[in-house]
Structure formats: C-alpha cells, structure tokens
Design a protein around this ligand. Sequence first.
Ligand SMILES: [Zn+2]
Length: 97
Amino acid sequence: MRLIDADALEDNLEATIKVYKRNAKYDESLLRQVNALKLELKIIKDAPTIEPKRGRWVTHGVAKGSEICDQCGFVQLRHRVNNYCPNCGARMEASDD
Ligand SMILES: [Zn+2]
C-alpha cells in the first residue's frame, strides 16, 4: 500500500483541467484529455479511504537511545525523528517524554 495526499492530487488535476479547457479552443484533442482527466478525478474521489492509524514513539527499555512504535513494535534510533512509523505507517503523535 502506498499512501498519497489525494487532496493535492485532486487540486493538481483540477488545475490541469482548467488549463486544458482554456486551450481547448486551439486544440480539440485537449477536450478528450479534459474528459479523461475528469474521469480520473471521479475515480480518485470515489476511491475507498481509510483513517490513518495513530501511534506514539515510546521509550524502549532494552536498547538505550531507541524508541518503539506502540502500534507495531518497530524500533528506531531516538535521534531519528519520524512523524510516521516506517514499518506500519502510523502517524506519530508526541512522544512520551
Ligand atoms: Zn509502527
């Protein structure tokens, strides 16, 4: 699974559609591309969504200087600051210290 910012993708497609529509009077093939992009946009908007998992980095008692994801147990070195768990994808909230 690959998580993306669908809102940013929708904004980008809508901006492209506007430009294509503006130039369609010079190039009729752009109208077909506008319709194709509108279909892609509808597919994106209708796609099922999931709520991102939330987690926290908690101090890891075994390995000094490391933290553990409370959702999947992934251990990372504490000096690495990740806003998400690279193993399970949980969006991390403030740590426990
Ligand atoms: Zn995790």
